[in-house]
Design a protein around this ligand. Structure first.
Ligand code: MN
Length: 716
């Protein structure tokens, strides 16, 4: 059972005694200064448990000496409640101990100041503060963990209802953080204490059972230890063997997963510490030759460290008297990392860089940390944020491997899609399938612990919208969504560029007349946009008409239509103009209306009435030269020239296929050409068609092709 080490008779001497072993005199002097300031400021304050308040910061500092925290951290720990609860000012701290210590105290104070409103807002606030604290200086979070540990040790002093709230918060937020930072010592005690207040009956039941079987287990463990020591010494392996007590929380966890108590306590645990990595493997070989290992229980976390940097060999063997022994083999250095995680850098500090080393280690090695930062940068609702931090970042507990042996940490229920995106966005976007442990699996396969996952990609593979329903992680879904938004944007930019250039060609305006710096500046100013890309985008998405853009620089001129159609002046015409007879009518060659389209007429200066689609952006609706026109009757055999654009998601040449689709409808192809030749192809298809109904059928048909994204009428 975990010992609770709360001490009400603690003094600064207890802390100094510890730090003497690893800090220098100047550093110890600063710790004393910090203590005297804290003592003075907290004078006359008492804790709920009745002790003088100063015992709390002293205990927090003492906990931190256990992970060999540096002097700034110990100083900040002693002062961590002064800004919040006393008249101590930031200047007081900075003057006495410098800006670094102030930064740490301030960081801890910020995390503690949380505004309660709804449960969600409270959690968001808490997570965000922890994230900010961690990104500024991970030492802030380590102080916070020690602070919480001492408060949990003295939790008996507050009302039962608050006990449960604190215990749950500890289990949901602080334990996962301690886990990810690898500070096992603190994590394990926090877990046991949380369980003691959340489920006291379960906690005491397990503790009781452990107690009654302790003697018997101790005897067997001692015997096994002796045997192991003998054989390792025989082979000249310098080592140390420790009996390990399983934490109450870890037993509770296993019981909760349906295991029987007898199965758990029968499993005895030992840890062997050796000098070198080589000795780890040597020791393992020797032990396996003497004690039969249980199949499938060996794990090599030395060659493949866990994401939180943990390294060790794990094996389970049949030991003395037929008892199963779970044995961990690791070096002393690995043990330090296993117990103290990022905080282990303090124990091995080189010069003054331990805290920087810790910080960069936190950021580089911990995928979860990056993931939180990604999430906080992402635009998502508060609820989504809380859910993803809790489900996907803090409670990751599946470890899967790439074929090369890299560990990928995932939440329960994650799919190969999540795995692929976690490796790299590009891998996700081009994936076409997955192989798990040498078997092909469907994309909705749930990845299991220790699965080896190979993602198959294809250079031109693209995500499917369906993946949004399959992927488990919000992060993955956001990446898929942003692919589609970006893709649409890119298409619109290409389309806009094309429309503008085409319009310039049509009006016989040299490119340079419009696309020079001076003209562009004028266009940008006029349309209130910032860049050429944005200009193309606004043209592509229909916000600005290419004609209108050009008109900013070049006054519009009436241009002779290319295909003038002199319509017969009798009732056999296909078009009639309201209130006007005998008028020259022609179909505009920007939007190329076909029989049946919704149309409108525009009186030109010298060429009669030009007929446009009602939604053609070249017709300025407010102009008083607009007249009503309508279709009169369909003339058999008459075909209309028009253009459509086919947007595809493929880089293959689809022209033959498109042509055959068009011909299936008995529509004549005038010309087909590739507008965009780099990456995903876009085609302009010019055709002769007799009416809108047939044209619509063709568009629908083309849209059903697997390579098409969309098909639309082309308005120049
Ligand atoms: Mn505190």
């Amino acid at each position: 059972m975990t010992k609770t080490k709360e001490r009400d008779d603690i003094t600064i001497d207890d802390v100094l005694e510890k730090v003497k072993a690893y800090l220098n005199e100047d550093e110890i002097e600063n710790i004393k200064k910090a203590y005297y300031l804290a003592e003075e400021k907290h004078m006359g304050q008492y804790r709920k448990s009745g002790e003088e308040f100063i015992t709390h910061p002293l205990n927090v500092a003492l906990i931190l000496t256990g992970v060999y925290a540096d002097s700034e951290t110990i100083e900040a720990a002693l002062l961590h409640d002064t800004l919040e609860d006393t008249d101590c000012s930031k200047e007081d701290i900075e003057m006495l101990l410098g800006p670094e210590v102030l930064k740490l105290v301030d960081g801890v104070t910020k995390i503690s100041k949380i505004n309660f409103s709804t449960e969600n807002e409270y959690l968001i606030d808490y997570y965000k503060k922890i994230i900010v604290g961690m990104s500024e200086d991970v030492r802030v979070i380590i102080i916070k963990l020690a602070d919480r540990l001492h408060n949990m040790r003295t939790l008996f002093a507050i009302p039962e209802e608050r006990q449960k709230v604190k215990a749950r918060e500890t289990l949901e937020i602080l334990v996962p953080i301690a886990h990810h930072l690898g500070i096992y010592k603190i994590k394990s005690e926090l877990e046991d204490l949380s369980l003691r207040y959340l489920k006291p009956d379960v906690f005491y039941d397990i503790a009781e059972k452990l107690n009654t079987t302790k003697l018997e287990r101790d005897e067997v463990v001692d015997l096994m230890k002796k045997k192991l020591t003998n054989i390792l010494t025989e082979h000249n392996i310098h080592h140390e063997i420790k009996g390990r007590s399983k934490s109450i929380y870890s037993i509770y966890n296993k019981l909760d997963k349906g295991k029987k108590f007898s199965d758990i306590y029968d499993l005895l645990a030992l840890r062997i510490l050796v000098d070198t990595e080589q000795d780890c493997y040597l020791a393992l070989g020797i032990i396996h030759s003497k004690f039969r290992p249980l199949p499938n229980r060996f794990k090599d976390y030395i060659a493949m460290p866990k994401v939180n940097m943990y390294q060790s060999l794990h094996t389970t063997v049949f030991g003395v008297d037929g008892y199963l022994f779970e044995i961990q083999i690791r070096t002393y250095d690995m043990n330090e990392v296993a117990e103290n995680g990022v905080a282990s850098h303090w124990a091995y500090k080189e010069g003054k860089n331990a805290s920087q080393l810790m910080q960069s280690n936190t950021e580089q090695k911990l995928q979860f940390f990056k993931a939180i930062i990604d999430l906080s940068n992402n635009k998502m609702s508060n609820e989504e944020f809380v859910n993803s931090v809790r489900d996907e970042v803090l409670n990751n507990n599946i470890y899967a491997f790439t074929p090369k042996g890299d560990v990928i940490e995932l939440p329960i229920g994650a799919t190969p899609i999540d795995f692929a995106y976690k490796i790299h966005t590009k891998v996700g976007e081009t994936m076409v399938g997955a192989i798990v442990n040498n078997n092909i699996v469907p994309l909705d396969y749930e990845i299991q612990d220790n699965d080896i996952v190979k993602i198959n990609t294809k250079k031109d593979g693209t995500p499917s919208r369906e993946w949004l329903n399959i992927a488990k992680m919000t992060q993955t879904k956001n990446k898929i969504k942003s692919y589609f938004t970006k893709n649409e944007k890119e298409l619109n930019i290409e389309k806009g560029k094309y429309s503008l250039e085409k319009e310039m060609r049509r009006r016989k305006i040299p490119k340079d007349d419009i696309l020079n710096d001076k003209s562009l500046q004028e266009i940008f100013k006029n349309l209130k946009i910032d860049s050429l890309e944005e200009l193309y985008l606004t043209i592509g998405n229909g916000k600005n008409a290419p004609n209108a853009v050009i008109n900013i620089i070049k006054k519009p001129e009436e241009e002779a239509p290319k295909k003038v159609q002199i319509v017969k002046e009798n009732n056999d015409t296909d078009l009639v103009v309201a209130g006007i007879e005998k008028v020259k009518v022609n179909l505009a060659n920007c939007c190329n209306p076909v029989y049946g389209d919704e149309i409108i007429g525009y009186i030109t200066k010298s060429n009669g009435i030009s007929v446009h689609l009602k939604n053609c952006h070249n017709v300025e609706m407010l102009d008083n030269r607009v007249v009503d026109v309508s279709w009169n009757k369909e003339i058999p055999g008459k075909n209309y020239f028009t253009s459509i654009i086919v947007y595809t998601n493929s880089i293959d040449n689809n022209i033959p296929d498109i042509v055959s689709h068009v011909q299936m409808f008995n529509i004549a192809v005038d010309m087909i050409k590739t507008i965009n030749d780099e990456g995903k192809k876009i085609y302009e298809v010019d055709i002769w068609v007799n009416n809108k109904e047939k044209l619509n059928k063709l568009i629908l048909d083309l849209e059903k092709c697997e390579y098409t994204i969309k098909v639309e009428r082309f308005i120049r």
